[in-house]
Design a protein around this ligand. Structure first.
Ligand SMILES: Cc1cc2nc3c(=O)[nH]c(=O)nc-3n(C[C@H](O)[C@H](O)[C@H](O)COP(=O)(O)OP(=O)(O)OC[C@H]3O[C@@H](n4cnc5c(N)ncnc54)[C@H](O)[C@@H]3O)c2cc1C
Length: 426
C-alpha cells in the first residue's frame, strides 16, 4: 500500500506521519529544497483556540508532530493583542526537526521533486510525473500543494512577486494535483470580492533593529511599538490579509513584532522608507519576503472540493489537506486536515469506512463548518482559524474552546477515538 503525498508543507508532513502510522509506505514529494512550505516563515502556535485543537489532536494520537514543535519553541505561553497562551517555534530549527522525524519513521522524503502532471485511469490517479519526467506510481494520492502563488497570481492579484520563501523562480511554481486531474478548484476572495488574500506577515533581520527592541523580543517574545498617526496604514489595509485573526485595530495602531528567530512583523508589507521613520527601525531590513516593502505572497488560489473525510469530490483515490482543503488558515489547521487525510488514505486503500471527526470536537466541527460556509458567496470572502475571527467566535459560542487538558482528553475519550491516529490499520 503506497501513499504518495504531493507537497511537503505542514499539511503534507502531518499526512505523511498519519499514513505511516496507519501502516502505509509513504513518499512525500516537495518541489523546493526544504519541507514546511509557508511554515518556514511562520511560527505562531497554540494561540486562542489552536490550543484546544492541538490538545485534541494529541489525545487523538496525532501527538508526534506537535511534540516536536513544542520542543523547538523559542517562547511559550505568551500574550500579544487579541491572542493568549501562544507559542512561537524557532524558524531556523523547525524544518530539520520535522524532516528528521519523518525520515526516522521510514517516510521517503523527496526534495526538489516537483509534480508537473498526472496519469489517470478513469477517476483514479495512477501515477504522478515529476519535472524530470520520472513517473511515480501509488495506490492513494494526497494533494497538499497549498494555495500560494505561483508568481503569475502574485502579479495579477497582488503587488507582484515579493520574492518569498516559496522561491517559485528557482524551483518552479505550485502545481495542483487536483487541478491536473481535471477537477475544477475554487478561489478564495477578499471582502471586496477580489480574488485571493495577501499573506499577513514579514520577517525583519533582528540585527537591523535597535538593541532595545531586540532585547524586548528576546526576553518576552513580543514587542508592541506605537506607530505615529501619519504612518498608520488604515484599517482598509488589514482587510486584505489572509490571517483575519490579526486584523484588529491594535495591529493598525502599533508595530507588533514576535520573536521566531527573526523579528516577525505582523503586517502583509510596509514600505521601508516609512518603516525607517519609526524609532528603533531606522536600519530595518527585510529577510522575508525580500520585497516586504512592496508586497507579499498571494494565497487561497486553488481550493479543492472535498467531503468531511477530506476525500476530493470527483476523484476516486485522492485526498487533500491544508489550504488545499479550504479556507482554513494556519499551521495547526494544516496539520489537523493533513493528519486526517493521511489516515483516511490508508482506510481507503484497505477498503475501510472513512473517518469523519465528530463535531463535538473542534477539529471535526471546523472541517465540516468550513466545507459548508464555502458553499456560500459570503463564506468564500472570509478565512477560518481556531485562533481568531469567525471560527474562534463560533468555538466560544458552541462551548468548544477550553484550555483544560483533562477536559479535552475526556471529550476525546467519549468519542471512542483516543489514539486513533497512532494505531496501525494494516
Ligand atoms: C508569511 C506567512 C506567515 C505565516 N505565519 C503563520 C503563523 O505564524 N502561524 C500559523 O499558524 N500560520 C501561519 N501562516 C499560515 C500557514 O503557514 C499556512 O496556512 C499553512 O502552513 C499551510 O500549509 P499547507 O501545507 O497547506 O501549504 P504550504 O505551506 O503552501 O505548503 C505546500 C507545499 O507544497 C509544495 N508544492 C506545491 N506544488 C507542488 C508540486 N507540484 N510538487 C511538489 N511540491 C509542491 C510547496 O513547495 C510547499 O512546500 C503563515 C503564512 C505565511 C505565508
Amino acid at each position: 500500500m503506497k501513499v504518495i503525498i504531493v507537497g511537503g508543507g505542514w499539511a503534507g508532513s502531518g499526512a505523511a506521519i498519519a499514513a505511516r502510522n496507519a501502516g502505509a509506505e509513504v513518499t512525500v514529494l516537495e518541489r523546493t529544497d526544504m519541507l514546511l512550505g509557508t511554515g518556514l516563515v511562520g511560527g505562531i502556535m497554540r494561540n486562542n483556540g489552536r490550543f484546544t485543537a492541538t490538545e485534541e489532536m494529541i489525545a487523538l494520537g496525532g501527538n508526534e508532530i506537535f511534540e516536536t514543535i513544542d520542543a523547538n519553541c523559542r517562547h511559550k505561553n505568551i500574550e500579544f493583542p487579541g491572542h493568549k497562551h501562544a507559542s512561537l517555534y524557532d524558524i531556523a530549527l523547525i524544518e530539520p526537526a520535522i524532516r528528521n522525524l519523518l525520515v526516522s519513521k521510514g517516510i521517503e522524503v523527496r526534495l526538489q521533486a516537483r509534480m508537473k502532471d498526472v496519469e489517470m485511469d478513469g477517476e483514479k490517479i495512477t501515477a504522478v510525473i515529476l519535472d524530470d519526467d520520472e513517473k511515480i506510481t501509488g495506490d492513494v494520492f494526497i494533494d497538499a500543494t497549498g494555495s500560494a502563488g505561483p508568481m503569475g497570481n502574485c502579479g495579477k492579484y497582488g503587488n507582484g512577486c515579493a520574492m518569498c520563501v516559496l522561491r517559485c523562480p528557482s524551483y518552479g511554481g505550485r502545481v495542483s494535483l487536483v487541478g491536473k486531474a481535471g477537477v475544477p478548484e475554487k478561489q478564495g476572495k477578499k471582502a471586496d470580492g477580489t480574488i485571493g488574500a495577501m499573506s499577513g506577515s514579514c520577517k525583519l533581520f533582528k540585527e537591523s533593529l535597535s538593541k532595545e527592541i531586540v532585547d524586548m523580543l528576546n526576553n518576552t517574545g513580543v514587542a508592541v511599538i506605537p506607530l505615529p498617526e501619519e504612518l498608520r496604514k488604515g484599517e482598509g489595509a488589514l482587510a486584505k490579509k489572509a490571517c483575519q485573526q490579526y486584523a484588529l485595530k491594535e495591529f493598525n495602531e502599533n508595530i507588533i513584532l514576535l520573536d521566531t528567530g527573526h523579528a516577525k512583523l505582523m503586517t502583509p508589507y510596509y514600505p521601508l522608507e516609512q518603516l525607517h521613520q519609526v524609532p528603533g527601525f531606522e536600519n530595518a531590513r527585510y529577510e522575508d519576503p525580500y520585497a516586504g516593502g512592496k508586497g507579499n505572497s498571494m494565497r487561497y488560489m486553488a481550493l479543492a472540493p472535498r467531503d468531511d473525510a477530506l476525500k476530493v469530490k470527483g476523484l476516486d483515490n485522492v485526498f487533500c489537506g491544508g489550504e488545499k482543503a479550504g479556507l482554513l488558515v494556519g499551521h495547526t489547521e494544516a496539520i489537523v486536515t493533513g493528519t486526517l487525510a493521511g489516515h483516511n488514505a490508508v482506510r481507503y486503500a484497505l477498503g475501510q469506512e472513512l473517518l469523519v471527526l465528530p463535531e463535538t470536537l473542534t477539529v471535526g466541527d471546523a472541517i465540516s463548518y468550513v466545507r459548508q460556509v464555502m458553499d456560500t458567496e459570503e463564506g468564500m470572502t472570509k478565512k477560518y482559524t481556531f485562533s481568531g475571527s469567525v471560527y474562534f467566535n463560533r468555538m466560544q459560542e458552541q462551548g468548544l474552546y477550553t484550555t483544560d487538558i483533562a477536559t479535552i482528553k475526556d471529550k476525546v475519550d467519549k468519542t471512542g477515538l483516543t489514539g486513533v491516529f497512532s494505531k496501525k490499520l494494516a
